[in-house]
Design a protein around this ligand. Structure first.
Ligand SMILES: Cc1cc2nc3c(=O)[nH]c(=O)nc-3n(C[C@H](O)[C@H](O)[C@H](O)COP(=O)(O)OP(=O)(O)OC[C@H]3O[C@@H](n4cnc5c(N)ncnc54)[C@H](O)[C@@H]3O)c2cc1C
Ligand SMILES: *[C@@H]1O[C@H](CO)[C@@H](O)[C@H](O)[C@H]1NC(C)=O
Length: 177
């Protein structure tokens, strides 16, 4: 496949990881994020081996992030009675990568650092997508500054309250959000 110009809307964990994955394959990525800076929201997040394996491959520095290694899952019922243990002590050798607990803000920080260091990725903060034009062969977005950006591929990683989803499922080819 030829190297694509890709726009990714949303720089959450999904958008940032997608940017790193595509750039690792030689595609040029512009990641558009509406917030000015990332808020320190969230708590501990589980980062299982399939995720750490790729992050490490893409040069995300998980070594210097404050973290715990997950030892397993313990299931208890609402009385606190112990039901089942699922140990993860062999996770690393079984799945080829460690199983971590990381604070969400620290994970985002590590991803953003890797994204900013990558020559094929441009991260544009304070850049809200306000409309989509999904017409082929030249899909495009408009952003809050009034600019019109086109790409070979547009990936909407705009979260659980995605406004792009309704455009895609409605069959409309353009959407103002
Ligand atoms: C309490 C809780 C615990 C969780 N625990 C875990 C866990 O242990 N392990 C795990 O893997 N997952 C966990 N999850 C789920 C995980 O947090 C989410 O699946 C993940 O953060 C979703 O990432 P995302 O990039 O899809 O969306 P988001 O993080 O929501 O990112 C979307 C981004 O898009 C931006 N955006 C939206 N619209 C536009 C627009 N028009 N223009 C530009 N930018 C836009 C937003 O500002 C946002 O930054 C948990 C979730 C919750 C709520
Ligand atoms: C993890 O990755 C392996 C190998 O790529 C795959 O077979 C497996 O289904 C993945 N596990 C999960 C939970 O996604």
């Amino acid at each position: 496949m030829k190297d694509l110009q890709v726009l990714i809307v949303g720089a959450g964990i999904g958008g940032l990881q997608t940017a790193l994955g595509l750039a690792a394959d030689g595609h040029t990525v512009t990641n558009l994020e509406s917030v000015k800076e990332f808020p320190e929201v969230g708590a501990g997040i589980r980062v299982p081996p399939n995720s750490t394996r790729l992050s490490l491959l893409w040069g995300v520095d998980l070594q210097s992030v404050l973290k715990e290694t997950s030892l397993g899952n313990r299931f208890v019922n609402w009385h606190g009675t112990h039901l089942l243990d699922c140990p993860f002590d062999d996770a690393h050798e079984r799945y080829g990568a460690p199983y971590y607990f990381i604070h969400r803000a620290d994970l985002i920080n590590a991803l953003v650092t890797a994204v900013k260091a990558h020559p094929l990725i441009t991260l544009r903060m304070n850049t809200a997508v306000i409309s989509y034009d999904l017409d082929l062969p030249c899909p495009a977005v408009s952003i809050s500054s009034g600019e019109h950006l086109t790409a070979d591929l547009i990936i909407c990683a705009d979260g659980i309250k995605s406004s792009a989803r309704s455009a895609l499922t409605s069959g409309k080819t353009s959407l103002r959000i």
